[in-house]
Design a protein around this ligand. Structure first.
Ligand code: PMP
Length: 429
């Protein structure tokens, strides 16, 4: 296997693209080597510009839950294309997708579509502030909620991959209302409420995926919600990653908790740029044109994206792959543990629903601090050995691997062989 064409494109890309990428994690910065350039994908297989095939556990960081180019999604996109690309006016399919989304999340009477997860979250914060009249927001260390100014502190995903505490260019004023708590630590939330009486709400990844997979322990989310109710503060659940992935009704269905405001993205666009935020009527009626909280978008509710989203969610509901996801994730966990054991490598495997990843360390990972104790050098060796054996996974210790419903027995066998070789390589390192 060689990567000559990827290397050539990488060098060429450096001239007019920043780091030859349009999103930092794609630069492979923490695993070394040049990033792969992708030519195409179909089903569970993604193919790079050198013609190398990989089983895809990146799935564009989550959206491609049915696998790539599912025939029903593709048919819906082609049909939508014939009617035009964008109109700056409402279409029937926006209402259809809104109904599917609101039906799946009991706490959502109304939804507003935007173009990315980042937009969904920044709008949700504005809404929480508009509704409560308070300015402060609590976020958890290691959770990533997109790249809006207020949330680029103690963030996971690309920031932890690149070891950045925050971002240059974010004015102090933009983060002065952001308070940081520890994941799975309700006391750290309470401590902020004891000091401040102007907290609008708490934003959380209900199953964290941006510091690697970190699970809420016990009844953490339910207890958090119950506590916030006593403080008249809102629970903003960022389901950009988990929405329609953990369960059809997201992590909220899986964990039995109801958000005040829910943020969505990834899966709901079926591979196109869509985000959404939604809540009960009383909250959503704050949003313009019904209320005085302004938020807008030229391409919001884009017809092609709506068609892809409807087709994806309709097929997903029909397939109902959530038990299959759990079984596959359990098998992957077993493979990772067995092969690590065989070669004497220390790992922790965290998984929930269709998100899983191994951390190269002993003990447990229940928060950001424990996640950061992982040996990223070992991860880099593991990553490249998997790539060389035909497995594409996120090029970072701190990103979840995603499953698609298209995964076959053959894919899993290939994955198992590759994991065996990769653990052997880690042991020899
Ligand atoms: N929230 C969460 C939980 C995410 O995982 C992400 C992206 N990985 C975002 C928000 C931001 O979404 P986007 O990249 O579409 O802006």
């Amino acid at each position: 296997m060689d990567f000559k064409n990827s290397e050539k494109l990488y060098k060429k890309g450096l001239k007019h693209l920043v780091g030859a990428v349009n999103s930092p994690v794609r630069a492979f910065a923490s695993v070394g080597g040049n990033p792969l350039f992708i030519k195409k994908a179909k089903g569970t297989v993604i193919t790079d510009v050198d013609g190398n095939d990989y089983i895809d556990y990146v799935l564009s960081y989550g959206p491609m839950i049915l696998g790539h180019r599912h025939k029903k999604v593709e048919k819906a996109i082609k049909k939508a294309l014939k009617n035009g690309y964008t109109f700056g006016a409402s279409t029937k399919n926006e209402i259809k997708l809104a109904k599917i989304v609101c039906d799946a999340f009991p706490g959502m009477d109304k939804v507003r579509f935007v173009n990315s997860g980042t937009e969904a979250v920044l709008s949700a914060l504005r809404l929480a502030r508009a509704y409560t009249g308070n300015d402060k927001i609590i976020k958890f260390a290691g959770c990533y909620h997109g790249h809006s100014d207020a949330l680029l502190v103690a963030a996971g995903s690309g920031l932890v991959t690149l070891s950045l505490p925050g971002s240059k260019g974010v004015p102090e004023g933009a983060v002065k209302n952001t308070l940081i708590a520890n994941y799975n630590d309700l006391e750290s939330v309470k401590a902020h409420f004891e000091k401040h009486d102007d907290i609008a709400g708490v934003i959380i990844e209900p199953i964290a995926g941006n510091m690697g997979v970190v699970l809420p322990q016990g009844n953490f989310l339910k207890e958090l919600k119950a506590y916030l109710e006593t403080k008249n503060a809102l629970l903003i659940v960022d389901e950009v990653m988990t929405g329609f992935r953990s369960k059809f009704g997201g992590a909220q269905e899986l964990l039995g908790v109801e958000a005040d405001i829910t943020c969505l993205g990834k899966v709901i666009g079926g591979g196109f740029p869509v985000g959404a935020y939604g809540a009960r009527n009383e909250i959503m009626e704050m949003v313009s044109p019904l209320g005085a909280m302004y938020q807008a978008g030229t391409l919001s509710g884009n017809p092609i994206a709506m068609a892809a989203g409807i087709a994806t969610l309709t097929e997903l509901k029909k397939q109902n792959p959530y038990q299959k996801f759990d079984e596959i994730a359990a098998r992957l966990e077993q493979m990772l543990r067995e092969k690590a054991n065989k070669h004497g490598v220390d790992i922790v495997v965290n998984r929930y629903g269709s998100m899983i990843n191994p951390f190269f360390k002993r003990g447990v990972v229940t928060n950001f601090e424990e996640a950061q104790e992982s040996d990223t050098k070992k991860f880099a060796v593991f990553f490249w050995e998997l790539v060389k054996n035909g497995i594409f996974l996120p090029p970072s210790q701190f990103e979840a691997w995603f499953l698609s419903s298209a995964l076959s027995e053959k894919d899993l066998e290939q994955t198992e062989n590759a994991i065996d070789k990769a653990m052997e390589a880690v042991a020899k390192q």
